[in-house]
Design a protein around this ligand. Sequence first.
Ligand code: GLC
Length: 742
Amino acid sequence: MHKKLILILVLCFSLQLFAAKPFTANVDSLLSVMTLDEKIGQMTQMCFSTITLDGSKTLELNVDNFRQLIQKQHIGSFLSGSDSYAKWFEFITAVQKIAVTETRLGIPLIIGIDHVHGANYISEGTIFPHNLMLACSFDKSLLEKVAKVTAIETAPVGLSWNFAPVLDVGRTPYWPRFYETFGEDTHLVAEMGSAFIKAYQNVPEIAPYKLAACAKHFIGYSDPKYGYDRSPSEIPMQTLHEIFVPPFRKAFDAGVKTLMVNSGELNGEPVHGSKFFLDTLLRKHLGFDGVIVSDIKDIERIVKMHHAAATEKDATLQAMNAGIDMYMACNSFTFIQYVNELLGEGKLSMAQIDASVRRILQLKKDLGLFEHPYPSKDLLRKVNSVDNRKVALEAAEKSIVLLKNDNTLPLGKNKKILLAGIGANSKRMLNGPWSFDWLGAAEADQPKTMLTLFETMKNSFGEKNIFLSKTERIVTAKDNKSFLKDTRKADMIVLAIGEQPYSEFMGNINDLTLDADQLALVDVAIATKKPVILVLMEGRPRVITKQAAGAKAILFAGYPGIEGAQAITNILSANTNPSARLAFSYPLAAGHTIPYNYKPSAYNIYWKPDTTLKWLYPFGHGLSYTQFEYSNLQLSDSIINAAGKIIATVKVKNTGKNAGTETVLWYIQDEVGSISRPIKALKNFEKLNLKADEEKMVSFEIIPSNHLSFPNKNAVIKVENGYYKIDVGGLYAKFKIENKLN
Ligand code: GLC
């Protein structure tokens, strides 16, 4: 009895040690007292829908279910939910209290969320443009502001892990997650992604709370051979190292704490089960030492989707040996069962389990979860939605690309303007996917404080000048007649067309051409001979080539977020001078989608200069209400050795009548390589604010190892001798590398 009493006292003390006071010991001391089940529980992430009363993401806790998960399965992490601040606050307080005070060791939960374009799963959250649009701003400081607001709105409710940013490089616009990428260029994706991560993980305003970002989805997810989400990617290793690896490497340099794995298969291997991609490449070659989390239910998919394991137990062994630290099991417990069995059969070692649990505990410790697992009323009070909406407006204004303007914009005052199309009077089309619901909440569930394009245009141009047509699509003769009737009283027609929000595989398409009944609406409008302005609200560049020819002006707005309507209106009225540029190539035809940095042989018209029209609008295209002129491109040297560097300078002048912001894009072409090199590649970009008539010198320091090197198929980085061409603002200059050093 005596011994038992002492044991109970020691146990209580150790409990007290971990459960009540700040956890200052190193994680190994905690690991050393954990049972196997407690360890495997830390490696398992469940969906909140398994513990809500109605099984949805609405946060009403089923306490009994939750206690069972926590006390019997020792689950250490949850994800996903969508509700108000108050409900989030109450829910996370309740679940953390049980985890911290009603379990043996009191290890706090870490809760993940997809706040991929603002605090988009909090009803009062600020919704920003999606990444593809933000990338069109070419403005890293803007990304930092967006990340900061997202963090400030996410942290107060105890959400400490954001499954963002997507670092996949958008190489095919067919991919339904194209809008989640920062576009088709590796350098731009790497710069934008790392800017987000650095800002998001370092927000003094929420101290002592900290947040973890998540580099996703490693790797090769965004170039599916057939365009469909999670369809196989086949990417040569040299291309993988040159195009797809750099954004992740830069994210690791930026200190990203976690990484999520690609659900698809790459070169025949389901990445979730690939020791080569997750251990050899990710851990050993790239040196990532943070937490690797699977994507949702992706061990089961190794069996059911990839047919690369006969049983789920085999798949579990594959994934564990590949290096998954935490499994996003969502609603099944087989992972826990199979890891236990595989350990018992000696197929897995305790060392493997401990390595993963140690990373997870270290993550929780780094985020301060042991000290403050609960939501913070103090932080909640600091959330300033009004200021945050201003950032959302700025983000949208700087992300909307003016693609075409035949002296039609800005829209004159006192013009009668007819507004039509699926985006004309819709909040859902502006916020887009991942807004309060995976597919974008229904119109009625969108923020009450938000305005549609119809509303902002009335406010800006006057109630009597803006008319809304109920016709969104021309399907029948009746639609045609009704729409034509509406056009009669209009001087100009603004059509908000594009794609209803979609997510992941729900957005799979077989034809990039915009659907016929929306194109028919444009055709009918153009046939009236009245000026037609297109506002594209879409997640990817849908083909509109014929209609673009007839339109007088075109804006690419993408999914511009909660202030998107005001931003579009401010550009249409010239309250804002557009400054965005395309972060992707806008295709001419559905059957020919090619990125700007294609290989020279793609257009093998070798016997004459290549004047092929390649895109409707090229990467980097974007108009302004003023004009900019480049002159005087100078190089500090014409010959450098590989250890040297070269300074390029150019003068940029605002030759128009309006102040504006120019995006200076520096491209370099390696004219001859030991393997074929891109026709050109973006190597540097910056934004330049210029008043009318103002000019500035801009410089770019070219460092061969950073800007002229490329990896071979074994990831050996090299700089080659030969001629290089630099291209900025349509000016060119050449320099040569003579590697005297070796
Ligand atoms: C989804 C997505 C991933 C997201 C995760 C959690 O399937 O692929 O990007 O973070 O599930 O919601």
